[in-house]
Ligand binder design. Structure first.
Ligand SMILES: C[S@@+](CC[C@H](N)C(=O)[O-])C[C@H]1O[C@@H](n2cnc3c(N)ncnc32)[C@H](O)[C@@H]1O
Length: 300
C-alpha cells in the first residue's frame, strides 16, 4: 500500500531532479488528473496501490513534456482549452495583451466590432475576445493545418456558450510577401477591421529554449528569422491593409525586443500612438499602435 502523499513527494523529487520549474505543483496536478479530481480534492482519493498510470505520466513530465500535453488542458483567462501535440500551449503573458485588446474593443464606439487574430493556434485569443466582448466577431487565421484542427476543436467546444458563431476560422499565411494573397480569405475585410491582435512567432533562429518549448511547441509557432522579427514585419504590412482608419493593433514580442518592435510601427510608416507594454512579470511584452490613415495602396 502506497500513500498518495508519499507518491506525490517522491514524484516531486524526481521532477525537481529533472529540472522542472514547479515540481510540487506539477506532481499534484498530474495526480489530480490521473484520479480525475480537482487538485484541492486530492485528500478524497483513497490511498491506493501503486498507480502505474501516475508514474507513466510523471515519466513524461520528467522527460520535459509540457504539463498541458499530459493533462490535455490549458487555461487562458476564462477558458479551458484542449491542447496537445501540434499546437502552441497558450501562455499567461498573452493574457495581458488579450486583456488590453478586450478593453479597447469594449470602449470602442462601434456597434459590432470586428477583430482579427493572426496565428490563432488553440484559438485562445480569438475565443477570449468573443467570450468577453459579446458584440464582437473575430476572424482567426492559422496557417498550420494541425494547429487549425485544435482551434476548430476549441471553437466547437465553446459554440454553445457566449461565442456561438462569432469566431470564424480561416486558413492563411500572414508572412507571404503580399498579404492580399496570403490572407485571401480576409479580402472582404480590407480597411474595415477595428482591432488586429497577434502573438506571432518571434524567437530568433538559433536561440536556446527550454526542452518543453524546443521539443513540443510546433516550430512554426516559435522561430522567425535571424532577429526574430520577420513575422512581426509581415504583420505590420498586413495590418496596414486590414485596419480601418483609427483601427488598433497589439503585437506580442520577446522581452528583449520591445525597442525593436516599437520601431517597426513608426510614424514614417503611418502609425500613431505607438506604445510598449509590460507583462505581469514587468517585462516588455507587447506593442500597440493606431492606424490613422486612409487605406494606402500596398507598397506606398
Ligand atoms: C506563438 S503561436 C501563438 C498561438 C496563439 N495565438 C496563442 O497565443 O496561444 C503562433 C501561431 O502562429 C501560426 N503561424 C506562424 N506563422 C504563420 C503564418 N505565416 N501564417 C499563419 N499562421 C502562422 C503558428 O502555427 C502558431 O499557431
Amino acid at each position: 500500500m502506497t500513500l498518495l502523499l508519499d507518491e506525490v513527494a517522491l514524484a516531486t523529487a524526481r521532477l525537481a531532479e529533472a529540472g522542472v520549474d514547479s515540481p510540487r505543483a506539477d506532481a499534484e496536478i498530474i495526480a489530480a488528473h490521473v484520479h480525475n479530481v480537482k487538485r484541492g480534492e486530492l485528500h478524497t482519493v483513497p490511498d491506493s496501490e501503486f498507480d502505474a498510470r501516475y508514474w507513466a505520466d510523471i515519466g513524461r513530465r520528467e522527460n520535459r513534456e509540457p504539463l498541458q500535453h499530459i493533462t490535455g488542458r490549458a487555461y487562458f483567462r476564462y477558458l479551458e482549452l484542449d491542447v496537445g501535440s501540434g499546437v502552441f500551449v497558450p501562455r499567461p503573458e498573452t493574457e495581458v495583451m488579450t486583456g488590453w485588446a478586450i478593453d479597447r474593443l469594449r470602449e470602442m464606439d462601434v456597434a459590432e466590432p470586428v477583430a482579427v487574430d493572426l496565428g490563432t493556434g488553440s484559438g485562445a485569443i480569438a475565443l477570449s475576445i468573443a467570450q468577453e466582448v459579446p458584440r464582437a466577431s473575430v476572424h482567426a487565421v492559422e496557417g498550420d493545418p494541425l494547429a487549425r484542427g485544435w482551434a476548430e476543436r476549441n471553437i466547437t467546444r465553446y459554440v454553445d456558450s457566449y461565442t456561438a458563431g462569432r469566431v470564424l476560422l480561416h486558413a492563411g499565411d500572414f508572412v507571404s510577401a503580399d498579404p492580399r494573397r496570403g490572407l485571401q480569405e480576409l479580402a472582404a475585410l480590407a480597411g474595415t477591421v477595428d482591432l488586429l491582435v497577434t502573438n506571432p512567432p518571434y524567437i530568433p533562429l538559433g536561440s536556446i529554449v527550454a526542452p518543453e518549448v524546443a521539443e513540443h511547441d510546433p516550430p512554426a509557432a516559435l522561430w522567425s528569422g535571424a532577429d526574430g522579427l520577420d513575422a512581426i514585419r509581415a504583420v505590420e504590412r498586413a495590418a496596414r491593409w486590414l485596419l480601418r482608419p483609427g483601427g488598433l493593433i497589439a503585437v506580442e514580442h520577446g522581452a528583449p525586443q520591445g525597442a525593436a518592435v516599437f520601431w517597426v510601427f513608426t510614424e514614417e510608416a503611418g502609425w500613431r500612438d505607438t506604445a510598449n507594454h509590460k507583462d505581469l512579470a514587468r517585462k516588455d511584452r507587447f506593442v500597440t499602435a493606431m492606424w490613422p490613415g486612409t487605406v494606402l495602396a500596398l507598397g506606398a
